[in-house]
Design a protein around this ligand. Structure first.
Ligand code: ZN
Length: 122
């Protein structure tokens, strides 16, 4: 009775996995570069404080992005597993079918929108 074309989403998930893996690799390279720069900045004049603060803020955002990418990657892997198991497209919490529109927007979604909202405490 399922109307979800899981194979279609498998392609989207594999594409997205490549994209996220590339983004994570790029982030790691950038972090290595900025850490080297930071070592050289230490001991520089106070005029550089504002710039250093900005650089630090940018790095924190990058780390957050990296964390999110890691979570997305894990979600993609588990979605691919669910395609293999034939359970893709159903909410792992309540077992209801996840709306097609939601899967189109977020192919690695494992919760229906109701459970997702509950999980986020909203
Ligand atoms: Zn649910």
């Amino acid at each position: 009775m399922t109307s979800i074309d899981a194979e279609r989403f498998r392609e989207a998930l594999l594409d997205e996995r490549r994209r996220v893996e590339h983004a994570l690799a790029t982030l790691r390279d950038e972090h290595r570069g900025s850490l080297d720069e930071e070592v050289e900045e230490i001991g520089a004049s106070d005029n550089h404080l504002a710039e250093t603060a900005t650089a630090t803020l940018g790095r924190e955002i990058d780390y957050t992005l990296g964390e999110n990418s890691g979570q997305v990657l894990a979600a993609i892997e588990s979605a691919l597993r669910r395609i293999d198991e034939g359970t893709y497209g159903t909410c792992i919490s309540c077992g209801e079918q996840i709306r097609y529109e939601r899967l189109e927007a977020t192919p690695w979604a494992s919760l229906c929108i109701d459970c997702k909202r509950k999980a986020e405490g909203g």
